[in-house]
Design a protein around this ligand. Structure first.
Ligand code: HEM
Length: 453
């Protein structure tokens, strides 16, 4: 059997620069161009490694479903070094299962129900502060919001707003920038900056945050996680190993948990601003929820049942994720030679799932570049013909934070569209590497809205 067709690009770096350059434009075409030339499976070299790229949903679903069998997680070297080999996304086997079990359990529906008011408090605090800001920088606001939400879950009330919080957020940004950088440790490179940021985060977390006692009745995710991993360890596992696993888990979950949700909120504001009909329908949905609360004599605070009524909001979130795709590629690695649709995927090669490409494929989404939340309307009635939606991945590594992310974004949109009108200052250019960005961070002028009964 032969390798799939493709192009290996330049020596060493392969097609990395071609890929990154394409992702830094507002309409990345790397994947579509390669599919035209080579088909739905092709070989290339990205981030210094030999890759087979899968662009068809059925192929991708097969790869994701086989995680832990002939395929394992396979993020590039820079990513592993920056987040840590023991983080959930990078670990395998029994330790991965134990870590994942703990995280999934702490984010299950019954637990999320109890977190609605905590997340809402953070959103209200953030949006209230907008009255004194002109213009508001939506990127900064959503980043700090999403960061505070995941920090609250993992660290409780020990990490409040303030200088430590600000410094940590900045360092997480540097870490993120180095995830897919060339892994050369020279001073000033993105990779080196990311490793230094990682070290500072660990130091601050241990010295200034987790060493503080957690207020009584507050959960202590950090300590409970470490205890859970200790219980599930093989005899002889050292405390040093447990500490390293805990550091990697915290760093990976904090990073995965806020950069992704923040850029989804950012792009949602952009798309909604550009589509007044979407804003009008969102406002109608959320004003309806407020009215129903008042008629029922309920509080002005939201609860889980209110959240479950936000149907159109879910379509807006799905459509935002479809278009901006915070995680554009899922990386795996073949642990043996795999025979796949007439080709061989050689042992040791990366198997890269082009999640973003699926969402921009006109075969599944009509006018794929158009923001149209209504396209998700009939999906629940018509599951068999549902277009592929892979923003949260699939298979055993399906994103454990998907429900939390949806909850945060929904509550944010609720308060945004019912409390404020806004205008874009303009001039932003979108790019998508390493995560979706807007060049000016989306600046807006906001005006308080008055709700009429
Ligand atoms: C809109 C927001 C989010 C998006 C688009 C997103 C996307 C994804 C995707 C695509 C994967 C699978 C990667 C792969 O298969 O290689 C994943 C995994 C993961 N996500 Fe999320 N995520 C989001 C929010 C969150 C949040 C809020 C958390 C925090 C709890 C989180 C924590 C994780 C973790 C720990 C994994 C690794 C799971 C494993 O390897 O078993 N994510 N995410």
């Amino acid at each position: 059997q032969q390798l799939p067709p493709g192009s290996m690009g330049l020596p060493l770096i392969g097609e990395t620069l071609y890929y990154i350059r394409s992702m830094k434009t507002s309409k990345p075409t790397f994947m579509a161009d390669h599919r035209k030339k080579f088909g739905d499976i092709f070989k290339t070299k990205l981030m210094g490694t030999l890759c087979i790229i899968m662009t068809k949903p059925d192929f991708i679903k097969w790869v994701l479903a086989h995680d832990g069998k002939e395929i394992i997680t396979g993020y590039p070297k820079s990513f592993k070094n920056v987040i840590g080999g023991d983080s959930t996304l990078n670990s395998v086997g029994a330790r991965w299962k134990s870590a994942r079990k703990f995280l999934v359990n702490s984010l299950r529906t019954e637990r999320l129900r109890t977190r609605v008011s905590v997340v809402e408090d953070l959103i209200l605090e953030c949006l209230d502060s907008w009255q004194n800001k002109d213009p508001v920088n939506v990127r900064e606001e959503t980043k700090s919001l999403a960061f505070n939400a995941i920090a609250q879950i993992l660290l409780g009330s020990r990490l409040q707003s303030g200088p430590i919080n600000d410094a940590l957020r900045k360092d997480f940004f540097l870490m993120c920038e180095g995830l897919f950088a060339i892994p050369i440790k020279l001073p000033g490179t993105k990779f080196s900056n990311a490793l230094q940021a990682r070290a500072r985060i660990i130091e601050k977390l241990e010295r200034d945050v987790v060493s503080k006692p957690q207020p009584e009745n507050d959960e202590d995710y950090y300590a409970d996680y470490m205890e859970h991993m200790r219980q599930e360890s093989l005899p002889g596992t050292t405390e040093e190993k447990l500490l390293e696993e805990t550091r990697c888990h915290m760093l990976g979950t904090m990073l995965a948990g806020h950069e992704t949700a923040a850029c989804t909120m950012l792009f949602a504001v952009k798309y909604i601003s550009e589509h007044p009909n979407v804003l009008a329908e969102l406002q109608a949905e959320h004003e309806g929820i407020i009215r129903a609360c008042k008629i029922g004599g309920g509080e002005s605070r939201l609860n889980w049942d209110d959240y479950r009524k936000m149907h159109f909001t879910q379509h807006v979130i799905s459509e935002t994720l479809r278009l901006c795709n915070p995680i554009s590629l899922a990386w795996r690695q073949a642990v043996e030679d795999i025979s796949f649709h007439g080709y061989v995927v050689p042992k040791g090669w990366k198997v890269v799932c082009a999640l973003r490409e699926v969402h921009h494929d006109p075969a599944y989404y009509e006018n794929p570049e158009q923001f149209n939340p209504w396209r998700h309307d009939n999906e629940s009635d018509n599951r068999a013909n549902k277009p592929p939606f892979l923003a949260f991945g699939g298979g055993p590594r399906y994103c454990p934070g998907a429900d939390l992310a949806r909850l945060e974004i929904s509550l944010f949109l609720h308060h945004l569209v019912t409390k404020y009108d806004w205008e874009l200052c303009g001039g932003d250019k979108a790019s998508y590497f390493p995560l979706p960005k807007l060049s000016k961070g989306l600046q807006i002028h906001v005006h308080k809205r008055v709700l009429v009964d």
